[in-house]
Ligand binder design. Sequence first.
Ligand SMILES: *[C@@H]1O[C@H](CO)[C@@H](O)[C@H](O)[C@H]1NC(C)=O
Ligand SMILES: *[C@@H]1O[C@H](CO)[C@@H](O)[C@H](O)[C@H]1NC(C)=O
Ligand SMILES: *[C@@H]1O[C@H](CO)[C@@H](O)[C@H](O)[C@H]1NC(C)=O
Ligand SMILES: [Zn+2]
Ligand SMILES: [Zn+2]
Length: 469
Amino acid sequence: MSNALTVAAKGKLAMDKWVVRSSIFLLFIAMSLAFRFSLNPNGKHFDSLLTCQNNNNNNISSSSYLKERIVDLANDPHTVDWMKKIRRQIHENPELAFEEFETSKLIRQQLDQMGIAYRWPVARTGVVATLGSGSSPFVALRADMDALPIQEMVEWEHKSKVDGKMHACGHDAHAAMLLGAARILKQLQDTLQGTVVLIFQPAEEQGQGGKDMIAEGVLDNVDAIFGLHTVHRYPTGVVASRPGEFLAGCGSFKAKIIGKGGHAAIPQDSIDPILAASTAVISLQNIVSREIDPLDSQVVSVAMIHGGTAFNVIPESATIEGTFRAFSKKSFNALRERIKEVIEGQAAVHRCTCEVNFTGTEHPIIPPTVNDARIYEHVRRVSIDIVGEGNVELAPIFMGSEDFAFYLDKVPGSFLFLGMRNEKIGSIYLPHSPYYTIDEDVFPIGASIYAVFAHSYLSNSTRNLNSYD
Ligand SMILES: *[C@@H]1O[C@H](CO)[C@@H](O)[C@H](O)[C@H]1NC(C)=O
Ligand SMILES: *[C@@H]1O[C@H](CO)[C@@H](O)[C@H](O)[C@H]1NC(C)=O
Ligand SMILES: *[C@@H]1O[C@H](CO)[C@@H](O)[C@H](O)[C@H]1NC(C)=O
Ligand SMILES: [Zn+2]
Ligand SMILES: [Zn+2]
């Protein structure tokens, strides 16, 4: 039996959760991909699989058999319905960063029902489940759980029940797909040649959740990590990623320029912070245009200027705030250095002092998302097995950022864009749109990629270790 998933259009929309950037161009390509259904989803194949895995780790056809088995399990109508149900429940009850108590509870209930052990609370609401042998190697899969302060405008049966809050970035879908992978891997538990760590993290949107999870040790012993994000840039059935630099690092700065207040008609008795702030804003724009390689994409934007209370009073101080983005860590750190120097320099020129801050709990700096070439290649091969070679694309770099970058800073891993553009059901909106819509047909694809990645990574590592015997 085959389940042909016809993919309509391939749209390239600038995917950015935070800043809508760049042009949109559309290529229309018709594609199809087939998923094989197992004739006996929970039946006898399983025993023969166990036998062949245990007796022969190097059996290539057994590993491809295993991938088929995982895809079958992911497409089992019960599993698909179950993932949809969980996602819809999370969607109806969105919770903001670090407030994901009910979401976390729902995830734990499902893990309990499956008999999967977990650690909780991690970083307030996070859940970290483990499956498999309990010993090395360890491979991690990550999903996020937080919603956004957005009023949902989509009228549908499972619309958000909380005014002003909405899952408009697909984190409800990510959590449901990771639970899907948990269910699949639980059924194949005896064939896992190591340990799978399932990370359900809070507060991705704040750029803080991943960081806090790491601080609580979720990456201890972890050899590799994989994460994904649903995007409308690619149609359902297409996935995309790239080795090396993928998403920009995101930083924010806030500078207080301090002068000396006084009467605006007697400037000689004051030190004007407004003038210093103005020249600082202009000089900041010269960094990217004059100091940086035009082929190395970077952005500095001053997005706020605050200062003064009356038209005839020179204020004591003025504050500017903005964001900066770059792809390589080197460029990112160099840019941060120059922003500080330029603001301090301009303040000094105008006899002011200043204080430039780059961190804070509200807007922490997110590093660039840099995919490890080896893990990227592993994900690419897994993706080809699941969606077919023609549906696996090399993604261009993006100015958006992801707090998955914090994990990649610590352990090798790879992040993947999971296409879910589907005009027929209206899943065409950018992340953070009040019209954001998920194509739920993507769930078995996401769950399969999560599961096959983890399973095959462990088998591959074990095989490599054995080859040194
Ligand atoms: C590999 O596994 C397949 C599927 O279980 C089995 O049919 C085949 O005989 C195995 N090959 C070897 C060389 O063990
Ligand atoms: C910079 O950070 C320090 C320490 O957290 C804080 O006291 C100060 O008010 C901050 N200044 C600005 C301009 O944000
Ligand atoms: C899998 O194993 C092969 C060698 O057998 C190695 O070249 C490759 O890098 C491994 N992949 C991963 C993701 O470890
Ligand atoms: Zn988002
Ligand atoms: Zn997101």
